[in-house]
Write a protein that binds this ligand. Structure first.
Ligand code: UT7
Length: 330
């Protein structure tokens, strides 16, 4: 195993999940589906749905406040605030600016990272790079997603998969052996149309046709995404282990992006990672895009499953396509 010293570490995490639980049974009365189909094909049993007035920035701010409090850092001590989201409250300005205003991070530079489900890992990497230039000491990486506002509630092939929630991580320069030891990232824009929102941006602004066609909602070619997700997440896991100098046995706990239990199990199988080492909560939250990994880490900490000294593998895949993995010593 490698003895490389990490440059930055995750000091603390936080999460926020809206109270309202939507079960598969609830969905049976919205679209033509069954609890049995959803559980068998995805492993999802329920997800959280934010009320209409609750914004992604609000959820992100709640998660951020917890991470700050646990690290003993005040909001005005944050130098950089990165928000990862596929569901910004507005297209202009960045949601990071909204989170900044909500938590009072008045000294921070704030901007968004759009990496879809891989956004938290991309955000951590931006934090690592920024801190390594010496421009700041403390970064907050917030991943917040109100997926319920962009899924088509008339499309059973997508609306059953997603959920709302937020996670946050406070990152600062590492002073010991804890921290990010290795990363692998990749993207492939040629495959964008397998998972995207065709309209609602500057190319096709919302008009009557868009509203009629419902093309401002998420469209996904599920099988194609599934195949690419497994291959990319497994390869990225293997690649980051190699770069870090870890064997599969050196990994204590895996935090995969939580989209579908079958994707998680197939990824683990291809990468040679035993499922006992894989953290799973997709059954309770569905796919919260980039928020899944920080929410899972925060839960694992609270459950006592994530312990000091553990070697972690984070791995994600999402729209773009984007994917990546990270080796972290906790
Ligand atoms: O973060 C990355 C984001 N996305 C993902 O990771 C999702 C990747 N894809 C998947 O997880 C899976 O492809 C799905 C869960 C979306 C679909 O599972 P599948 O095993 O690939 O099913 P399928 O799309 O091949 O559909 C099988 C059948 C179809 O019916 P026919 O054509 O065989 O008669 C669908 O119309 O299941 C039908 N179906 C449903 N039935 C009941 C699709 N959605 C539903 C539903 N309830 N909600």
């Amino acid at each position: 195993m490698t003895t490389v010293n990490p440059f930055v570490e995750i000091v603390s995490t936080g999460r926020y999940l809206p109270d309202r639980i939507m079960t598969n049974q609830d969905l049976e009365s919205i679209v033509q589906t069954t609890d049995e189909w959803i559980v068998e094909r995805t492993g999802i049993r329920e997800r959280r749905v934010a009320p209409p007035e609750m914004t992604a920035a609000y959820m992100g701010a709640e998660a951020a406040r917890i991470a700050l409090e646990r690290a003993g850092v005040t909001a005005d001590g944050v130098d950089l605030l990165i928000v990862s989201t596929a569901t910004p409250d507005r297209l202009l300005p960045a949601s990071a600016c909204d989170v900044q205003a909500l938590i009072g991070a008045s000294n921070a530079v704030a901007f968004d990272v759009i990496g879809a489900c891989t956004g938290f890992i991309y955000g951590l990497t931006v934090a690592e790079g920024y801190l390594s230039t010496g421009r700041g000491k403390i970064t907050l990486v917030v991943a917040t997603e109100k997926m319920s506002s962009i899924v088509d509630w008339e499309d059973r092939t997508t609306c059953v998969l997603f959920g709302d929630g937020a996670g946050a991580a406070l990152v600062r320069k590492s002073e010991g052996e804890r921290g990010i030891l290795g990363t692998h990232h990749q993207s492939d824009g040629k495959l964008a149309e397998l998972l995207y929102r065709p309209a609602g941006g500057a190319a096709i602004p919302v008009d009557q046709d868009v509203l009629r066609d419902r093309s401002h909602f998420v469209k996904m070619a599920g099988r194609g995404v599934f195949k690419h997700a497994v291959r990319a997440m497994a390869n990225s896991s293997i690649e980051v282990l190699e770069r870090t100098g870890w064997e599969v046995d050196d990994v204590d706990l895996v935090f995969p992006h939580q989209a579908n239990i079958r994707i998680i199990e197939a990824t683990a199988r291809y990468a040679g990672l035993p499922m006992e080492k894989v953290f799973v909560n997709v059954d309770r939250y569905g796919n919260m895009s980039s928020a899944t990994i920080p929410v899972a880490m925060d839960e694992a900490l609270e459950e006592g499953r994530l312990k000091p000294g553990m070697n972690l593998l984070l791995v994600a895949f999402g729209a773009g396509f984007t994917w990546g993995a990270m080796a972290v010593r906790w």
